[in-house]
Design a protein around this ligand. Sequence first.
Ligand code: PLP
Length: 486
Amino acid sequence: MKYFSTRGEGKEVSASAAILSGLADDGGLYVPAFIPKPDKTLEQMSAMGYQDLAYEILKLYLTDFSEEELRSCIISAYDEKFDTPVMTPVVQKGGCYFLELFHGKTLAFKDMALSILPYFLTTAARKNGQKNKIVILTATSGDTGKAALEGFKDVEGTEIIVFFPENGVSPVQKQQMVTSQGKNVHVVGVTGNFDDTQTAVKDIFTDAQMAMQMSEMGFVFSSANSINIGRLVPQIVYYFYAYFQMVNSGSITLGDEVSFTVPTGNFGNILAGYYAKHMGLPISKLICASNENKVIYDFFTTGVYDKNRDFVLTASPSMDILISSNLERLLYHTTESSEQTSALMAELQKTGSYRLKLDDSLFAPSFATEDETFQGIKEMYENGYIIDTHTSVAYMAFKKYASKTGDRTKNIIVSTASPFKFTESVCTSIDKKYDGVSPFELLDVVAELGGVKIPEPIKGLRNKEILHKTVCDKEQMKDIVLDILK
Ligand SMILES: *Cc1c(COP(=O)(O)O)cnc(C)c1O
């Protein structure tokens, strides 16, 4: 399997080379030359455990990894770090199915990909004779940062630098990051929003002079953001695994179609669903759920992508994104043209908008307002289940979609974060009396209201020592990177 840049100029590369570089030289994203078909039937795959299923899917994309290498990555990543017997359980609550992707170390779905990416990267470095130390440079809207910090902590041959919007993440998310341990770990707050942070990181990546300087110092950049194809591919696995859980529990019959509703920001998670569909998984619709930053909703409904609008800080910060990176991959796949993709991206950079009537009926756009998000949490609480804000955006977006269309296809809501990460919004949605209570005290309240235990990884969080205090503005990020590495 070869990988190409969405913008067409970079040369074709192997999977390991694409993973190592993160972003293509021309600023585009790597995409597989085609979407492969599994060589096992759905029925055969439905009997597999997560690790074996992961192998069946990953081997189709990472063709230059040996079976031994790939299995070793999988076994190291997907082990008892996940705190449930089934790593990604589908649960049925209040008449809906929820795919819980938050049972990893940092309580967000990012763990699914970022548990395995460090193993991919170090294997890829070895295969490509990369002697320089890999510097993982990451912009985060909250969850990627901590998941990457956990994944790369003390991994030989790597340094990790995470930039997060100082005022754009939840208190629990921030505390998780600034207390991160590990001798190769660096965390920096940025005074802008997530888009500013992500754009500045992308600029550092594509800065040729910076790359030269790095190389002289014995470093090379890579990315843990979802622009890295090594993040995207592992996410395909849980779509299959969720489907097979539905089959094995008797909720559907093998071959029946299901829909997924995905709370969307950078379009990485839902794009993995698109790949799953084209690999042959019976998916009827991918309902793309946005919060009030509904740039993607507007794009799908009007044909105009327009980031020239107010950036709203919502209670679902990991979806507060106006420049949705992975949409570029969908543009490439649907237009089948790197010239067109490249022109659209140039237009976006120049004017902040572009026009394209996307011809793909697989995606159904929907969104939820802040009030609806809070109402969704309360509603599900009354059904005996506590969901986080991002999951609630998806839940409400799905309900709006279903009532508008009358579509009765079985639907799985992709639950991307634990409610323990967003305690203030979750608790005040359920009862206003929690307004003003410290977010860390509210950990106990969420546990009590939900009848569940506080997850192990954040138990002692409130008393942990703050190890990372640097804050900068976006213009200083490059110098900070140099300072850290010197
Ligand atoms: C990252 C994230 C999202 C958005 O996922 P994308 O792949 O960026 O679309 C949604 N919910 C949570 C909790 C996240 O951490």
